[in-house]
Design a protein around this ligand. Structure first.
Ligand code: FCB
Length: 478
């Protein structure tokens, strides 16, 4: 049964990737190591010892990938630029790195695909980490220098700029949990990183605005929807509220409202950490943005009562969701299964959470400020099976996609100003600490041959783009 989507005119249909996850060519054209190159060399840090050295070889195969995007009918492509390709060592701008993105942008524009550029999707140059990384306030100046260099090369053609992707992950998984690069496990370092990430975001919005007043500038945050497993249990309600504070509010409030939530400050103080805020910082962080990018994968039911230990990452750290990372010691919140279907990441499939999230963000934060929302990532990993003719009939991923598109449509019908959706991901790729084991692509990548094969989900997505409708109800097939 075809279900028409209730989406505004000009709705942007896109797909997303990130530099380190797809490019490969990690030492080509003057690029130096990022923290992820280093992290991949740590025994046990990444499943199977996988690295980003080849990945999807997108650095060389980008014309084929752009052709695929055109075939699917995408309006826009969200990608990130690799900082260590562009500033491979202190003070040196690498023209060959800029040229690569310039060719990519031209290739997109020739096909009528709008480039959405993210400046930071987790691949900090290693030379900067050696100087303290995001824990050091100096990173803000370096990020500004890098952003201006990218803008200088591409600003005439790229109109949509995102400063950061998911600073929650950079700060908490990178510096407290240690599941992500640089693999540090120091709560105060994570809290300092959080503040410097947001400060770097605000500074770059100011600087880009100054040189390019009509550019569309935004940030992408990852959100979860934590619900108390028992709404009548005080500990569960507290756990859900604190999860929300530490996963969602501590990022969106300084960016949109210009202030950290007091309960986040209190919770951080209770574990002996503090945000290194100086006078004027919050004005910078709260510099007006033109859009808010929303990444949503799953919601979580939480309890405040400690259950049995849960799954651990390859390096022994706790699983990376729920988003209230326990390794900073702030939140006693534990995920509880609601019996919903799960993806290969073990994340519950909860499309209704996306609708609620978008409606809430619009009501409480972005709506009053007139800021539109874009879903900049949403998608699912499943263990795909390749059929006899090489086809991938990924029924579960297709269902996930369809249900979440319907949730976006429901949010729009409920009044949320949502103007676009980017599927994560265009391609199967390097899924961080999970290496190549977890496949999120709507296009399959055979990592032996680098062959690309659109899965059923890609076909369904293309049809949704072409018709504005999704096949809701019943099993979805290509
Ligand atoms: C998000 C990341 C993205 C990808 C998806 C599955 O947290 O932004 O790079 O790993 O999760």
């Amino acid at each position: 049964m075809s279900h028409p989507l209730d989406l505004p005119g000009g709705f942007v249909w896109g797909a997303a990737t990130a530099a380190f996850q797809i490019e490969g060519a990690t030492s080509a054209d003057g690029r130096t190591d990022s923290i992820w190159d280093t992290f991949c060399r740590v025994p046990g840090a990444v499943v199977g010892g996988d690295t980003g050295e080849v990945a999807c070889d997108h650095y060389h195969r980008w014309p084929e990938d752009v052709a695929l995007m055109a075939e699917l009918g995408l309006d826009a492509y969200r990608f990130s630029t690799a900082w260590p390709r562009i500033v491979p060592e202190p003070g040196r701008i690498e023209q060959r790195g800029l040229d690569f993105y310039s060719r990519l942008v031209d290739g997109l524009l020739e096909r009528g695909i709008t480039p959405w550029l993210t400046l930071y999707h987790w691949d900090l140059p290693q030379w900067l980490e050696d100087r303290g990384g995001w824990t050091s306030r100096d990173v803000v100046d370096h990020f500004t220098e890098y952003a201006l260099a990218v803008h200088g090369a591409l600003g005439d053609r790229v109109r949509h700029w995102t400063t950061l992707n998911e600073p929650w992950c950079s700060a908490f998984l990178g510096y407290a949990g240690g599941q992500h690069a640089p693999g540090r496990q120091e709560p105060q370092a994570a809290v300092s990183a959080l503040h410097h990430l947001l400060l770097a975001h605000g500074r770059v919005v100011q600087e880009l605005r100054a040189v390019d007043p009509t550019a569309q500038l935004g940030i992408t945050l990852n959100f979860t929807v934590p619900d108390p497993v028992d709404p009548s249990d005080e500990a569960d309600v507290r756990a859900a509220a604190l999860s929300d504070t530490m996963a969602n509010r501590v990022f969106v409030e300084p960016v949109v409202l210009g202030a950290y939530p007091q309960d986040a400050i209190d919770a951080l103080a209770a574990v002996g950490t503090a945000l290194p805020v100086r006078d004027g910082d919050l004005e910078v962080i709260g510099t007006p943005i033109d859009f808010l990018g929303v990444n949503y994968y799953t919601g979580t039911a939480v309890t405040g009562h400690a259950p049995e230990p849960t799954e651990v990452m390859p390096n022994g750290a706790p699983v990376e969701r729920p988003l209230s990372n326990p390794s900073v010691g702030v939140v006693d919140a534990y995920p509880v299964s609601r019996g919903l279907p799960r993806t290969a990441m073990d994340w519950e499939v909860q499309p209704e959470g996306l609708e609620r999230l978008l409606v809430r963000l619009h009501r409480d934060y972005t709506g009053p400020a007139g800021i539109p929302l874009y879903v900049t990532e949403n998608g699912s990993a499943f263990d795909d099976e390749v059929g006899p003719d090489g086809e991938v009939d990924d029924v579960e991923r297709t269902d996930y996609l369809v249900q979440h598109l319907a949730a976006v449509s429901d949010a729009v019908a409920a009044g949320a100003d949502v103007r676009g959706y980017f599927a994560w991901s265009l391609l199967d790729n390097f899924e961080w600490a999970y290496g190549y084991e977890k496949r999120f692509g709507i296009v399959r990548v055979d990592f032996e041959t680098q062959a690309r094969t659109p899965k059923s989900s890609a076909r369904t997505y293309a049809r949704a783009i072409a018709t504005g409708a999704v096949p809701l109800g019943g099993t979805v097939r290509a």
